[in-house]
Design a protein around this ligand. Structure first.
Ligand code: HEM
Length: 415
């Protein structure tokens, strides 16, 4: 990895602009705590007619191009039980209404494995999954995460202060994923610049895919071009170029903003509680429970949606075929039926799986990579920045955003 642009903090700041990250047209204007309303909604019924942001009382725009499928009936689920069982029944609660066509369709997260069902999803996921298993977390950390974290801290360690949301959390996920494709750091930042223009990303990847088909290296594209499964007819299957491009664009879309904002949420939760931060600094065994608790307590993406594929009685409500069910996993993660004092950030609570990474067949493929990035990043901050604390002279971080929640700036001082 070369370091030139990584050390150019102004370019990083320009590329990871907080105002753009909380796009007002996509619910970025929401500045409240939704949890009191979600508790009230859940206490009245597990499922309500309507869409999460409207039911929460947010009248601003929450989807870039308006509510998808406005002509269909919409429902929202708020209990853990309802959200978890819908995630786990991908036939009744389907990810998409139309089949995914990677060879001819758009390059977008909507036309990707996220929207596949049945056999198509099983085949695709089996091909791409191996590098994302927990046993491969070390591969990601050694090859890309550690170096990226070190370079970013190098860029501010001598200054005694930093704004961790943009100067640190934002860049790690994109640089990790882009570097895993085998691109240089300069190109990795170009990829960030091109994220809304997937065809530009493909033009960066094309020569790499071709080169790795000829001669593999120790990177993700090499693993993807070599991946092979034998289907039920005994036929060997590999990923086509179009499938690799679609997957690469999905990784960037699904793995960048999420991990950025979620890392900021974990850091904010710790910095706001100096005694918990000190305990974690002294006993790094507490870092994993702290990360998992922050995932439960404030998931960055508190809502995912499904299409109802048949008439069904669900959690006390009739859902007609063709309706849309929004799963408010942010509310599910604070369901008092599952967690005692659910609003309290408590790293000592017994660990029970939450829904931050979804559930069922589409459970987040990158969750162990996200965990590795957050763990490596925070461990390095604690190792290298003595007496790390919120800057008392700056505005304290707040969590904002409706469907992409995260911290405002995280100004810290150290030394
Ligand atoms: C803390 C950060 C992250 C959060 C909160 C998160 C959350 C999620 C959720 C909830 C889903 C399920 C969506 C659904 O069921 O409709 C999902 C799917 C997915 N995520 Fe993540 N994600 C994170 C980080 C990542 C990273 C780092 C990567 C890649 C390196 C990634 C790649 C994916 C992929 C490929 C899928 C689709 C899986 C499938 O359809 O089978 N995610 N993510």
């Amino acid at each position: 990895m070369t370091t030139k642009h990584l050390l150019d903090r102004d370019r990083v700041r320009e590329l990871f602009d907080l105002r753009a990250a909380y796009n007002a047209k996509m619910g970025g204007g929401y500045e409240e705590d939704p949890n009191p309303v979600w508790h009230d909604l859940r206490s009245r019924a597990a499922v309500h007619p309507g869409v999460v942001h409207e039911l929460t009382g947010y009248a601003g725009p929450a989807f870039f191009q308006g509510l998808p499928h406005p002509d269909r009936p919409h429902f929202s689920a708020f209990s853990y039980e309802a959200c978890s069982s819908a995630f786990r029944d991908n036939e009744t609660f389907a990810s998409s209404l139309v089949p995914v066509d990677l060879e001819n369709g758009n390059l977008s997260a909507l036309n990707s494995m996220l929207s596949m069902g049945g056999q198509q999803h099983r085949r695709y996921r089996a091909l791409v999954q191996p590098s994302f298993m927990p046993k491969n977390a070390g591969w990601w950390i050694r090859n890309w995460i550690e170096e990226c974290v070190t370079l970013l801290i190098d860029s501010f360690v001598d200054e005694g202060r930093a704004e961790l949301n943009v100067d640190f959390c934002a860049a790690i996920p994109v640089l990790t994923i882009a570097s895993s494709f085998g691109v240089s750091v300069e190109k990795a930042l170009d990829i960030r610049e091109a994220m809304n223009r997937p065809h530009e990303i493909v033009s960066i990847l094309e020569p790499i895919v071709a080169a790795r088909r000829e001669s593999p290296q120790d990177d993700l594209i090499s693993v993807l071009v070599a991946a092979e499964i034998v289907n039920e007819d005994g036929v060997k299957q590999r990923l086509s170029d179009a499938e690799i491009y679609s997957f690469s664009v999905l990784l960037l879309t699904a793995g960048s903003g999420t991990t950025w904002k979620q890392m900021g949420i974990v850091l904010t939760a710790l910095l706001e509680r100096p005694e918990v931060l000190a305990a974690v600094r002294d006993d790094r065994g507490l870092l994993n429970p702290a990360i998992e608790e922050a995932f439960r307590w404030t998931p960055t993406d508190p809502m995912f949606s499904r299409f109802v594929s048949r008439d069904v009685e669900f959690a006390g409500t009739h859902l007609p075929e063709g309706s849309v069910l929004h799963l408010c996993l942010g509310a599910a993660n604070r369901d008092p039926a599952r967690w005692e004092n659910p609003d309290v950030f408590d790293i000592d609570r017994p660990l029970q799986p939450a829904l931050t990474f979804g559930g069922g067949v589409h459970t987040c493929l990158g969750m162990h990579v996200a965990r590795a990035e957050i763990r490596t990043g925070i461990n390095a901050l604690l190792d290298r920045l003595p007496n790390l604390r919120l800057d008392p002279d700056a505005d304290a971080p707040r969590f904002i955003g409706m469907y992409e929640r995260g911290a405002t700036e995280i100004p810290v001082i150290f030394g």
